[in-house]
Design a binder for this molecule. Structure first.
Ligand SMILES: [Zn+2]
Length: 231
């Protein structure tokens, strides 16, 4: 799947930048810094060097997005204009709108957004923008985490940045991920229905406090979970 937002030179430029800069999460914020890695994952996918869609956080190199030449904020709105999302050199912008069918459920009974999807300022890097590829919901440790829709578990183990992480494949190219869990209650290959409790809130991996980092991928592209959830 060719990404439309990230020119090939983006990933090339990123490889020359120092590592781990974006993991400077602000203390006291129940959030995580999984964004820049995701941006790189998208860039890497352009040149076809990684299967970023399934495990986008496995990259060894990270970078501050704001320092990347040609970086352009990805527009999460699926109804793309005909001009191909701006002036980047990205290619292969599909004309069809991405599927945005609302799921049957939400991952937590109480949704308290502590960090939304999209570009945000990193207070420890002079407000340098970074791309947050999911949405953070704050909750106390142990709070049940539910599958947002029916599907098959494709990942259920510890991840370097996501901590205890679950990925559910809903079919039609749609996946959701659940990160920083304190416990995992499902296994790879298991079918889960919407509302099935699959894990528990935690702060494992790259996290500064208990919360759920929830991602929505459609055909390997990150979408705004708030839009997908209809919240
Ligand atoms: Zn997050």
């Amino acid at each position: 799947m060719v990404k439309r937002y990230w020119p090939a030179q983006l990933s090339q430029a990123a490889k020359s930048l120092p590592l781990n800069l974006q993991w400077l999460a602000a203390p006291g914020r129940s959030t995580c810094a999984m964004g820049a890695a995701a941006a790189l994952a998208v860039g890497t996918a352009v040149v076809g060097t990684a299967s970023a869609a399934r495990e986008p956080l496995n990259l060894q190199r990270t970078a501050v997005v704001s320092e990347l030449p040609g970086a352009t904020p990805a527009d999460p709105v699926p109804e793309a204009p005909a001009d191909g999302m701006g002036s980047t050199t990205a290619v292969d912008a599909p004309a069809e709108p991405a599927p945005e069918a609302p799921p049957a459920s939400v991952p937590l009974d109480e949704l308290r957004v502590t960090s939304p999807f999209g570009w945000r300022e990193n207070p420890l890097l002079a407000g340098a923008p970074e791309f947050h590829n999911g949405i953070d919901f704050g909750a106390v440790t142990g709070t049940p985490v539910k599958a947002a829709a029916a599907g098959t578990v494709t990942y259920a183990e510890y991840h370097q940045y996501g901590g205890l992480r679950i990925v559910v494949d809903h079919g039609n190219g749609t996946e959701t991920t659940y990160n920083h869990l304190s416990g995992i209650h499902v296994e790879v290959g298991q079918w889960v229905d919407f509302n099935t409790v699959i894990g528990a809130i935690g702060s494992t991996g790259n996290s500064t406090g208990p919360h759920l980092h929830f991602e929505v991928l459609i055909n390997g592209e990150y979408h705004d979970p708030a839009v997908w959830l209809g919240i």
